[in-house]
Design a protein around this ligand. Structure first.
Ligand code: NIG
Ligand code: FE
Length: 413
C-alpha cells in the first residue's frame, strides 16, 4: 500500500475529540480540533498528523501532495439512507406541492407501497444499480461511509433481494457500506387486514432468514401513527437483539408517539427523525445512550417542523445528521445540503453540524473505532475541499465544495 504525505494543508479539521462521558457534548461539538498549516501521512489508515513544520523524517513516502492551503475534513458518515429501491415518485412529490399530504398519498396505496410494488418487479441487479448510482452521487458530495436499509420489499423474498443488492453495492463502490434490515417499514398490501400476522412473519421468519445471511448489522422499525405500534416495535426489536442485531428506530417522525421513549428504554443505538420527540423521549434517549439522528432533508421535503436539535444538544444528547435519502420523503444523498439545512433551520452551528455529519454519524453506526474523524489508526477517509475555509460549505451554499476524496487511503475522485 502506498504511503502518501499531504502537506501545506491550510486547516486540517480532525474532529478528533471523543465526547467525554457523553455529558459534555455541547462544548466539544463547537471545537473541531483544527490544526492550521498542517500535514498528514497515511496508508490505508492515518499514520501521522501534525504541523507541516514538524513532519517526521522516518517514514518512507511514496507520494507527496501539496494541498495548496486548502482545508481537509473527515469523510461524511451518512448513517441513514434507503438508497436501494426501484421506480420514481416525482408525481407524488408534485401532488404534495399542490397540497396533498404524505399520509393521504399513503392511504391511497401510494407512498412507500408504490415503491414496494416497483421493487417486487425489479431484479437484484436493477436494485443494486440504483444503490450504486446513489452511492456515487453521495461520494461526489464527500460521503465515505453510508448506511443502506432494506424495507421496500416487505416479503421474505423481496427483503432478502434488497439485502443482496446492498451486498453488490458494497463490492462495486469504493466506500464503506453498512446494511440495515427494515422489514418493519410498512405493512404489505397482502397483510393489510391482518397486520399482526405480518409482525409474526418478521419475528419468526424474516429476522432469522436475514441473520442467516450474516451481512446485516442493524434492524430498524418505523414506529409511528399508522405504522408500527410501540408494542409491536418492541417485540420486533427485542427479537432482533436476541439474534445479535443492533437496533435503530424511525421515531416520532409524524407524531409524538412515544417512540423515542421506547428507543431509549431498549438502549437502541439511534432513534432517527424525532420531529415530534417529547421531552420525556429526550430524557429516555439520554439515559439509554441512544444517538439522536436528525434528518432535516425530510422535514424540508415534507414541509414539516424541524426536529428540536438545539434542545437536544443543550440537553447533552449526541446528535448525528444524515440524509434519509429515499424516493419519497427526501431524495438527496448530498450531505452538504444537510449541513446547510441543519444550520439554517435547526439552529446548529457549522461546527456542530460538521461533527454530527462525521464522528457522530460513526457513533450512530457503531463505527467510531475506525471512521468519522482524522485520528491515527483510523481509516484514511477524508475530503480535500476547494477552499481554505470549512465554513464555505454552509456559507457558500448550493455549491459542491469537495475537490478530492480518499477512502481507506485510496484517491477515489
Ligand atoms: O425515513 N419514515 C419512513 N420511511 C422513509 C420514507 C419512505 C418513503 O416515503 O418511501 C423515511 O422518511
Ligand atoms: Fe428513513
Amino acid at each position: 500500500m502506498k504511503r502518501i504525505l499531504i502537506s501545506n494543508i491550510g486547516s486540517l479539521i480532525t474532529i478528533s475529540q471523543m465526547p467525554d462521558a457523553r455529558g459534555n457534548i455541547h462544548d466539544s461539538m463547537n471545537e473541531l480540533s483544527i490544526i492550521h498549516d498542517a500535514a498528514m501521512i497515511f496508508t490505508d489508515t492515518f499514520e501521522w498528523i501534525g504541523k507541516a513544520s514538524e513532519i517526521p523524517t522516518e517514514y518512507i513516502i511514496d507520494q507527496v501532495i501539496d494541498a495548496n492551503g486548502r482545508a481537509i475534513i473527515p469523510g461524511f458518515v451518512d448513517s441513514h439512507t434507503h438508497c436501494v429501491f426501484a421506480g420514481n415518485r416525482s408525481n407524488e412529490f408534485a401532488r404534495r406541492l399542490r397540497g396533498i399530504t404524505y399520509q393521504q398519498i399513503a392511504s391511497e396505496g401510494g407512498g412507500i407501497l408504490s415503491t414496494v410494488s416497483a421493487v417486487r418487479q425489479a431484479s437484484i441487479e436493477e436494485l443494486a444499480e440504483k444503490g450504486i448510482e446513489l452511492a456515487w452521487k453521495a461520494i461526489e458530495y464527500g460521503t465515505t461511509t453510508i448506511e443502506m436499509k432494506s424495507g421496500y420489499g416487505l416479503s421474505i423474498e423481496s427483503e432478502l433481494a434488497l439485502i443482496k443488492a446492498i451486498e453488490i453495492v458494497k463490492n462495486e463502490v469504493p466506500i464503506r457500506i453498512i446494511s440495515t434490515f427494515m422489514g418493519a417499514h410498512d405493512f404489505p398490501p397482502e397483510y393489510a387486514n391482518n397486520r399482526s400476522a405480518y409482525v409474526e412473519l418478521i419475528i419468526n421468519e424474516m429476522l432469522p432468514a436475514v441473520k442467516e445471511l450474516n451481512v446485516v448489522d442493524f434492524c430498524d422499525v418505523f414506529t409511528d401513527t399508522g405504522y408500527y405500534s410501540i408494542e409491536d416495535s418492541r417485540r420486533i426489536l427485542l427479537k432482533a437483539m436476541e439474534l445479535g442485531f443492533s437496533c435503530k428506530v424511525h421515531a416520532d417522525e409524524l407524531s409524538s408517539f412515544g417512540a423515542a421513549e421506547m428507543a431509549g428504554e431498549l438502549k437502541a443505538v439511534s432513534a432517527d427523525h424525532l420531529l415530534y420527540c417529547s421531552e420525556a423521549g429526550m430524557d429516555a434517549m439520554k439515559q439509554g445512550g441512544t444517538i439522536a439522528t436528525l434528518l432535516p432533508g425530510t422535514a424540508y421535503t415534507l414541509r414539516l417542523p424541524y426536529a428540536p436539535a438545539r434542545k437536544m444538544i443543550d440537553r447533552g444528547l449526541i446528535v448525528a445528521l444524515a440524509t434519509d435519502c429515499n424516493p419519497g420523503s427526501c431524495y438527496t444523498p448530498n450531505m452538504q445540503t444537510i449541513l446547510s439545512l441543519a444550520c439554517m433551520n435547526m439552529g446548529m452551528s457549522i461546527e456542530e453540524a460538521l461533527t454530527s455529519a462525521t464522528l457522530h454519524g460513526a457513533y450512530a453506526l457503531r463505527a467510531e473505532q475506525y471512521c468519522g474523524s482524522i485520528e491515527i489508526g483510523k481509516s484514511a477517509d477524508f475530503n480535500m475541499l476547494d477552499t481554505s475555509s470549512y465554513s464555505d460549505m454552509v456559507y457558500h451554499f448550493g455549491v459542491n465544495h469537495i475537490a478530492k476524496t480518499w477512502s481507506r487511503g485510496i484517491s477515489i475522485q
